[in-house]
Design a protein around this ligand. Structure first.
Ligand SMILES: Cc1cc2nc3c(=O)[nH]c(=O)nc-3n(C[C@H](O)[C@H](O)[C@H](O)COP(=O)(O)OP(=O)(O)OC[C@H]3O[C@@H](n4cnc5c(N)ncnc54)[C@H](O)[C@@H]3O)c2cc1C
Length: 414
């Protein structure tokens, strides 16, 4: 016998769980299907990813009751950002004070985001989380979406949503194609402690042959992201902690003083994905299943949060009019709005990666010019900062919160 559910969500990552919380707050029921065991969701292991969050994302997480579950001392503030190219000491600089913001953005470990969003979803009555299970088949028709679980039962709902990663099996099962770009590089992430303060500065250096990014976890602890070709990555992963520290030191110089490796290293192959459609009959893609970004602009989860918010708004509007929440016009509204947000960001990011990793002399000249022009044109710099920090984006109407976050002090458009 098929069981009836309002919305079935496949994948209990941060995007799928956030959507479940949003729907539950609006009084709808969500059932989540996740292949990992419950323990891995309740207490996820550290995975090396430090997630830079925009102001809009923090506001959305606060409204969902997720932000309040992240310990204050686990939230890093990014007050400044610096971008350098090659061996030139010239840098494009962003400073929170230029835009009158408390911080440009906030840094939280991915496993802590996962832990908080799971705890919040698990505490809500109208969310069921089925763990240790996968999806055998997804079928949709004009009346309903049916999801067959790997252990036999068939669930039926007004809408099925896939949030099962950038390599989404459900997207493929639904016959939705995607543009994929394999950058042929691997990001190696790890933490290091250091003698000098990072001054809450995010630092990105597009060195020739590889890039190095440093994100401030706390004053004397930073996340290091090294991108390298597959072969180089294997060699870097095989180094002892001391040799790896020395290798980083060679690339960075004495900027942070003496350094000590403070975590294991994790490797992430860099593959960007943009689904050619975000919807089908009674079906939608969210999170990385819709758009999987290159991490250089730090927008993957930020877009995931925004997407689930856009979908929820369309669903709530239909529900409040007494309409079918899985109707084509509801899903089309989501697709239209979210593609408008993701397409420029996705192709813009890929363009930046292409320009800043090319070894050709014209590209090297062009990027020096880009850094200088961006630095010296205040309106352009202001616009870039607004885009990257997502200050003043539109969220769901505010709900009661128990803990406030630092807010932008005032708008400072020149
Ligand atoms: C190195 C690195 C740095 C990053 N930095 C940032 C940053 O600074 N800022 C930012 O915004 N983003 C960043 N990101 C991106 C961010 O991590 C992702 O966008 C985000 O984690 C995606 O969440 P998701 O829920 O869509 O997918 P995932 O986190 O991939 O979760 C998918 C879930 O679905 C489950 N699943 C998969 N298949 C099935 C199935 N068949 N059945 C059931 N369950 C299934 C998985 O077990 C998993 O729990 C970074 C990514 C990387 C790799």
């Amino acid at each position: 016998m098929a069981q009836q559910h309002s919305v079935i969500i496949i994948g209990a990552g941060p995007a799928g769980l956030s959507l479940a919380c949003s729907l539950a707050q609006a009084g709808l029921h969500a059932t989540i299907i996740e292949k990992q065991p419950r323990e891995a969701l309740a207490d996820p292991a550290y995975d090396g990813r430090e997630i830079a969050l925009t102001h809009l994302s923090v506001e959305l997480m606060r409204q969902l009751g997720i932000w309040q579950l992240i310990p204050d001392d686990e939230i890093g503030l990014i007050k400044k950002a610096q971008v350098q190219d090659g061996v030139s000491p010239y840098s494009l600089d962003f400073d929170h004070r230029q835009n009158n913001l408390e911080a440009l953005g906030y840094l939280v470990s991915n496993h802590l985001i996962r832990k908080a969003v799971f705890a919040q979803a698990d505490s809500l009555d109208n969310i069921d989380i089925l763990t240790g299970i996968t999806v055998e088949a997804v079928r949709t028709d004009a009346q309903q979406a049916s999801v067959t679980l790997s252990d036999g039962p068939v669930l039926q709902a007004a809408l099925a949503v896939a949030a099962d990663s950038r390599f989404s099996e459900t997207r493929r099962k639904m016959g939705i194609s995607a543009s994929m770009h394999d950058f042929g590089r691997v990001a190696i992430v790890s933490r290091m402690s250091h003698a000098r303060s990072n001054e809450q500065t995010a630092f990105e250096c597009f060195q020739y042959g590889g890039t190095l990014a440093i994100l401030p976890v706390s004053a004397q602890l930073s996340s290091f992201v090294v991108t390298a070709s597959g072969k180089q990555a294997q060699a870097l992963l095989a180094l002892s902690d001391d040799d790896y520290r020395n290798e980083i030191r060679k690339r960075l110089g004495s900027r942070l003083g003496d350094m000590t490796v403070a975590s294991e290293r994790f490797a992430y192959p860099l593959v960007g994905v943009h689904a050619d459609r975000f919807i089908d009959q009674r079906f939608a893609l969210i999170g990385d299943a819709a758009v999987g970004m290159h991490p250089v602009t730090a927008h993957g989860f930020n877009l995931g949060l925004r997407g689930q918010n856009t979908l929820t708004k369309a669903i709530i509007a239909a529900a409040s009019r007494g309409q079918d929440i899985g109707a084509p016009q509801v899903l089309q509204q989501y697709q239209r709005q979210h593609r408008l947000a993701t397409l420029p960001m996705y192709y813009g990011t890929n363009g930046i990666v292409k320009l800043f990793t090319s070894e050709s002399p014209p590209a090297k000249l062009l990027r020096q010019a880009v850094l200088r022009i961006s630095n010296n044109l205040p309106p352009l710099k202001w616009a870039i900062t607004r885009k990257l920090t997502e200050v003043g984006g539109s969220a769901l109407s505010p709900l009661k919160s128990t803990r406030s976050i630092p807010q932008p002090q005032h708008d400072s458009r020149p």
